[in-house]
Structure formats: structure tokens, C-alpha cells
Write a protein of this length. Structure first.
Length: 67
């Protein structure tokens, strides 16, 4: 599965790298929403995928902070 590989990659990163990925994902989500509002977005499923990736990143950050 694609998401399990993504999660494994996240677990191997440090918290600083995860925070950088989180910022990048949030910027991408903002851009996708902007494109969607102006009817320039072709693949609207990408918004859902990026939102789930943000949640995955937050989950791994929380796991690392509790450990």
C-alpha cells in the first residue's frame, strides 16, 4: 500500500523534518484550495489526499513526542 510506505518514511524522520513536511503539506493544501475555488483544479481528490497526509504527519509527531 502506498500510505503504509509513506508512514514508514515518516517514522524514520526526525521531528524537525516532520515539521518541515507539515508546513509544506499545509502550503500545498492552501494552494489546492485556492485552485479549486478558481476552478483551475483538475484532480479534486488530491485535496483529500493531502489532508490525510497532514493528519498522518501530525500523528507521527505526537507519537514521537510521547515516546
Amino acid at each position: 500500500m502506498k500510505s503504509s510506505k509513506f508512514v514508514e518514511e515518516l517514522k524514520n524522520k526526525s521531528v524537525e523534518e516532520l515539521n518541515k513536511d507539515l508546513v509544506a503539506a499545509k502550503k500545498e493544501l492552501f494552494n489546492l484550495r485556492f485552485q479549486n475555488a478558481t476552478n483551475q483544479l483538475d484532480n479534486t481528490a488530491r485535496i483529500k489526499e493531502v489532508r490525510k497526509n497532514i493528519a498522518r504527519i501530525n500523528t507521527v509527531i505526537t507519537e514521537k513526542s510521547r515516546a
